[in-house]
Write a protein that binds this ligand. Structure first.
Ligand code: F6R
Length: 245
């Protein structure tokens, strides 16, 4: 695991944008794994600017997102499909057919389990992920692999932990239905990515970052598994790195 500490969240976004650009430029048919949440928004803004400036093209790129909420339609503005359309896909030259977000618009567990399996095979058929972008939850989750998730887990239905539901409350209006279930790539799925880049910014992530980097390898901090990946890079701003010894 390589750890890079940069002064500001904007520096983190620039670094991540350079890494994405390197992968996409080296192989026009590259496969990106993408994350949602607040952290990668500055990265997506930067990728959109570079694409508009003609420095980067996603014409032949395929993407697979980490996760999607169960219980809201993919047209709901807080769905991760809508998030990706809004922050990246609708703003760059990517072919919409090449963008993948888990299909979670059913409440039938059998349908959801089949969708999760199909997602997993879709990644495999595409040849696997070249670069996976990750954020980290305050409880150390990656994707929606909450503490105690198996390091061997594959794409599946997952119940969100109380702390994740609490952390994501900010995206939903008062009294609005907030999902407690999601389909997420598993930790085993994420670890098969050829390279992983985890971004973390802000003091709120400092403890999770410390546990990920300096703590023991434990499913209580799912992100600690990245210590074992041969090409994982963690990019932090100074606040997120503030508890590192
Ligand atoms: C989102 C995802 C989550 C987030 C994490 C951090 O697709 O997989 O693991 O990366 O919850 O979210 P933010 O960036 O909002 O703090």
């Amino acid at each position: 695991m390589q750890v890079i500490i940069l002064p500001t969240p904007n520096d983190v976004a620039q670094y991540a944008a350079n890494s994405v650009m390197d992968v996409v430029t080296e192989n026009a048919n590259s496969i990106l794994g993408l994350a949602t949440g607040s952290t990668p928004i500055a990265l997506y803004d930067e990728l959109v600017s570079r694409c508009r400036a003609g420095l980067l093209s996603f014409k032949n790129t395929k993407t697979f997102n980490l996760d999607e909420y169960i219980g809201i339609s993919d047209c709901h503005e807080q769905s991760y499909r809508a998030f990706m359309n809004r922050h990246l896909f609708n703003l760059v030259d990517i072919n919409p057919a090449n963008t993948h977000v888990p299909l979670a618009d059913s409440l039938d567990p059998e349908v959801l389990a089949r969708n999760a399996e199909a997602y997993e095979s879709g990644i495999e058929r595409s040849g696997g992920i070249d670069l996976q972008i990750l954020g980290i939850g305050v409880n150390g989750h990656i994707g929606f692999n909450e503490p105690t998730s198996s390091f061997a887990s594959r794409t599946r239905i997952k119940t969100l932990s109380k702390s994740t539901v609490e952390a994501n409350k900010r995206f939903f209006a008062e009294g609005e239905f907030q999902p407690h279930l999601a389909i997420t790539m598993g930790i085993g799925t994420i670890l098969e990515s050829r390279a992983i880049l985890l971004m973390a910014t802000g003091k709120g992530k400092a403890q999770a970052v410390k546990d990920m980097i300096e703590g023991p390898l434990t499913s209580m901090c799912p992100a600690s598994v990245l210590q074992q990946h041969k090409k994982s890079i963690v990019i932090l701003d100074e606040d997120a790195a503030s508890l590192l010894s």
